[in-house]
Design a binder for this molecule. Structure first.
Ligand code: ADE
Length: 224
């Protein structure tokens, strides 16, 4: 997968890709991430990328020209499965969306700032709008990092134990059951006997029961 990220803050974006799972995916050459600084595409001397809103109103709006030029430049080099705009009024990201988008070959992610982008950017180029939750961030960069992490870890070969992504919370509309590691007893608190029994059929049954109980308590909406 190749991910092209368009941003006014490339430095803010880089470090999450330099550690942990995303770094490993890049080292294994399963993912390429390219950062494009929007200011490199401006045609004005001040390199400004935003302006006042027509019609009045608080907050600046990102200009169409540098974004259009940047996206056209990228599109002239390859085909993209999706051109994504990170925005609080997009579709809320969930595991099902992450699963399907982890299969893309090339995507562009546009990070918004200030009030957002000129509507003509959306009309011209954007094929999908994604929000990471019902709250407003100062820019799309953090959302882009969240989105990239969610899809990259699902690319086959990225996680060393591939079954571990399959048993994540949400993968089957259930939250994960409780998990334990050594020691078997800590400050009088014991690991449930069943997990030490070696009876894998029973363990699986226990996990399913606990996952259901946990989901009922915490996220009954997932079971509807
Ligand atoms: N940009 C600002 N807020 C956002 C959100 N909640 N999700 C994605 N991008 C955003």
């Amino acid at each position: 997968m190749r991910i092209d990220i368009i941003t006014v803050l490339p430095d803010l974006l880089k470090s999450p890709f330099e550690g942990s799972i995303m770094k490993r995916a890049i080292e294994k050459e399963l993912v390429e991430v390219h950062f494009h600084n929007l200011r490199d595409y401006t045609t004005n001397k001040q390199k400004s990328v935003d302006d006042y809103q027509y019609g009045g109103g608080a907050g600046m709006v990102m200009n169409v020209q540098p974004i259009d030029d940047c996206i056209l430049d990228l599109k002239s080099q390859r085909n993209y499965d999706e051109i994504i705009y990170m925005t609080p009024d997009g579709s809320t990201l969930n595991q099902k969306m992450a699963n399907s988008m982890s299969m893309y070959e090339n995507i562009i992610i546009l990070c918004g700032h200030y009030k957002g982008v000129d509507q003509r950017v959306r009309d011209l180029h954007i094929t999908k709008e994604i929000s990471i939750g019902d709250y407003v961030l100062s820019g799309g960069e953090i959302g882009a990092i969240v989105f990239c992490d969610a899809i990259i870890r699902l690319i086959p070969g990225v996680l060393s134990d591939e079954t571990s992504a399959l048993t994540d919370s949400f993968q089957d509309n259930l939250l994960s059951p409780p998990i334990y590691t050594r020691p078997a007893e800590y400050k009088g608190m014991k690991v449930p006997d069943i997990l030490l029994s070696g009876n894998f059929a029973k363990i699986e049954e226990w996990r399913e029961e606990k996952a259901l109980e946990h989901t009922k308590n915490r996220r009954p909406d997932l079971l509807e």
